[in-house]
Design a protein around this ligand. Sequence first.
Ligand code: NDP
Length: 334
Amino acid sequence: PYLGRKIKVALVGLGRYAEYMAAQMKDCEYCEVAALVSGTPSKLESWGKTYNVPLKNRYNYQNFDSIKDNPDVDLVYIILPNAMHKEYAIRAAKAKKHVLVEKPMAVSAADCLEMIKVCTANKVQLAMGYRLHFEPFNMEMMRLGQKEVFGKVRIVEASLGYFAGEKGEWRLNKKLAGGGPLMNLGVYCVQAGRYITGEEPMAVTAQYGPILRKELFTEVEETITWQLEFPSGAICTSTTTLSAGIDRIYASAENGSFELSPAISYGPFKGRTREAEFDFPTINQQATQMDAISQILLENRTMPEHISGLEGWKDLKVLEAIYKAADTGTKVKI
Ligand code: NDP
């Protein structure tokens, strides 16, 4: 439908998720990996070969800004450690490229606002890599909740955890990650509470869990539990941790319940209402997200709010409030 035109994507930060993303993007119809940005020359060389990216489309962090002169790039996808998202989103926007940012959008709500401002000023679109917004099981949870199929949602329980953590990795570094598992995994639970109720939380209470692996968790939390209160009276309780596996979303409404487990990983997922299981195909989440965002750009449509920078900012406001509530032991208004 676009006369063979594809959105040309520059990947920034060639780590684990970028590697997975690039491999999945081979299934994309509307976009392709066209440029690479990395601090590691050997990656630029090996990825360049794998993805047929010519030398002129390979950048390091120092010469990245010259991407503005490269017509082979439409969209810059930032897959760096969280605290670096802001700088590279802003540099990409100033180079007049559309921007796609991995979760969490940044390490503070103020940073998110700045990113939004610079993208608007430079007339480029800003999207979030919220892959679950294109995933059928999660879209069904949104529909069941927001359309009140079982009446008003009263309780959501959304939790995500993995047994993980290695000495020296950026996820355990407060400065690079902005926090612990709350920033990397908890953001999905906040999202679930928001997209099932279709509401913005008003207040939060939160508690840190014990530090069991003292050698790893010197700067960031290992486990955190929190409770969001929504205007309708719904509550969403969540735990996120790097010391146990959990991956589930459960919603209880006036006349029924609906749940996913697993819910947030790459699938396959399992879903059920109180009455019956529901099933959808397991999709390639990464390719689906990239094609959906690329079609929006090819059609010159505005990024829908639920996958825009505004959505990332709303989540960061909640994440900040969760930390404040856990730090102070008080209920925090959002
Ligand atoms: P990795 O550590 O695997 O990769 C990060 C890459 O960033 C590195 O390989 C490196 O690439 C580059 N980098 C630049 N500066 C630094 C630095 N100071 N420390 C570490 N790395 C640096 O992380 P992930 O790929 O797992 O995560 C990247 C982002 O993607 C995060 O924001 C994360 O939240 C998000 N993510 C999203 C997922 C999803 O499902 N949506 C899943 C996993 C992660 P280079 O050598 O090329 O410079």
